[in-house]
Write a new protein. Structure first.
Length: 441
């Protein structure tokens, strides 16, 4: 700037740098990443991810032959995909189990060939086995997304059929596309610029895997999943899968003591170990996808579960007076993705019931629900007493302070008496937030 003092310019630059460094320094990014990893791990363990992965591994052991048979049937139905099934199987086992995959591949090919000679009843039984595996996957995903209502009848069958049919066609299209590109003279010339044909074609199957995981995270859960969240979860899954494959290959190639113990049978436990690791990664990717869709935009995302529960009870009471209910979207916008946990707890206590429209209504008047009962079942901490997110809750804060001083009678009054005790204007600004109070109608 003309006429400006250079010292003032440098001071301005330093001020802006100090502000930006709060958000862009490696330390801040590392801490945020660390918190995200810890959150995903806690969710994974809370949803019993290891046991679920073991259950899916056990199911896969029985469904892998039917799935292979269905894969062959789907790919054989399209003339352009002739021979792709064998190519796909060979590629998968070479990539996933490079040292012992040949043994498992030989047995699976033998079992699948025998299965293709079955009668219509036998083929139907194999397809039902594949559907049962998809049902197990859906149950696991619904637990991660905390979905209490499940698809029924035709809706479930359509989703399962789509996954079982589109998946093989998608993968087969990837390999057919790779073969077609490899036959083009123009592609061969372009590939030489990027290090050769094999190096360039190496990226096609991972991209198809990315698309398959995206479809899995979008379609299987019995709830709406944003495309952006599913894409990020699928991207993590694709990267983690490649890293796990690389690490597993090193393990198989360098730690050969298992062959001394199991001998020729060593391929089977290694195959099960890899399937178990793969399902663990799939579930971790689902946890990330579900977490991304949760409390990022919730109005009450900074409130503790205690205050969120009180806020929901207050809003439900307001809806009761007007003859309405709180919809799923309204509750999610208020408290985020963990609304299912909060609502399930209140439903279990008999305070709330789910309406026929899919929302929630009060099952018990707040004139009959004492604050002490809410405290007993939801719990509170001294931090809740000190940090009141809304002025309407100040009478509740006073009761909590009295409870902390062993004056337990202060919380025995009905909940509505605390809400009506503070009759401040509904547009009052919450302390420390600079925003209008979020308990407005």
């Amino acid at each position: 700037m003309a006429g400006s003092n250079p010292d003032d310019q440098w001071e301005c630059i330093l001020v802006w740098y100090s502000r930006l460094s709060q958000y862009w320094t490696p330390g801040v990014r590392t801490r945020r990443t660390g918190r995200a990893v810890v959150t995903v791990f806690r969710r994974f363990m809370a949803h019993d991810g290891l046991r679920t992965a073991a259950s899916l591994t056990y199911t896969t052991l029985f469904a892998v032959v039917p799935l292979t048979t269905v894969l062959y049937a789907m790919l054989s139905a399209v003339p352009s995909f002739q021979g792709v099934g064998d190519q796909l199987q060979t590629y998968v086992f070479q990539q996933f189990l490079p040292a012992t995959g040949e043994v498992v591949l030989e047995k699976l090919t033998e079992f699948s060939s025998q299965a293709r000679q079955l009668t219509a009843f036998g083929v139907g039984f194999l397809f039902v086995t594949s559907l049962l595996m998809m049902y197990t996957i859906e149950q696991a995903f619904n637990q991660i997304w905390q979905v209490t209502t499940h698809r029924r009848g035709l809706a479930s069958f359509v989703i399962y059929w789509a996954v079982l049919t589109l998946g093989p066609f998608l993968i087969g299209a990837g390999f057919a596309l790779s073969s077609y590109l490899a036959s083009l003279r123009f592609f061969n010339r372009a590939a030489s610029l990027f290090g050769g044909q094999d190096l360039l074609l190496m990226g096609v199957p991972p991209l198809l895997s990315l698309a398959a995981f995206f479809f899995l995270y979008m379609a299987v859960p019995s709830t709406r999943v944003r495309a952006r969240d599913a894409a990020l979860g699928a991207l993590f899954m694709a990267i983690a899968f490649e890293a796990a494959r690389f690490g597993f290959s090193i393990f198989v190639g360098h730690f050969t003591s298992y062959q001394v113990i199991y001998g020729a049978f060593a391929a089977v436990p290694l195959f099960l170990l890899w399937v178990y690791l793969s399902w663990s990664l799939v579930l971790a990717g689902a946890e990330i996808t579900a977490l991304l869709g949760e409390s990022s935009r919730a109005d009450w995302r900074h409130w503790s579960p205690f205050w969120q529960s009180l806020g929901l009870l207050w809003r439900l009471d307001e809806q009761r007076k007007s003859g309405g209910h709180l919809s799923l979207g309204q509750v999610r916008r208020l408290v985020g993705g963990h609304y299912r946990t909060l609502m399930a707890s209140m439903v279990e206590q008999g305070w709330v019931v789910q309406s026929n429209q899919g929302g929630w209504v009060l099952a018990r008047s707040l004139d009959e629900l004492p604050l002490s009962e809410v405290i007993e079942h939801i719990g509170w901490t001294r931090k809740d007493e000190q940090n009141v997110p809304d002025p309407r809750f100040q009478p509740v804060q006073q009761a909590l302070a009295a409870l902390a001083l062993q004056r337990s009678t202060a919380t025995r009054h009905p909940l509505n008496s605390y809400f009506h005790e503070h009759d401040a204007d509904r547009n009052i600004t919450s302390p420390g937030t600079g925003r209008k109070r979020l308990l407005r109608r």
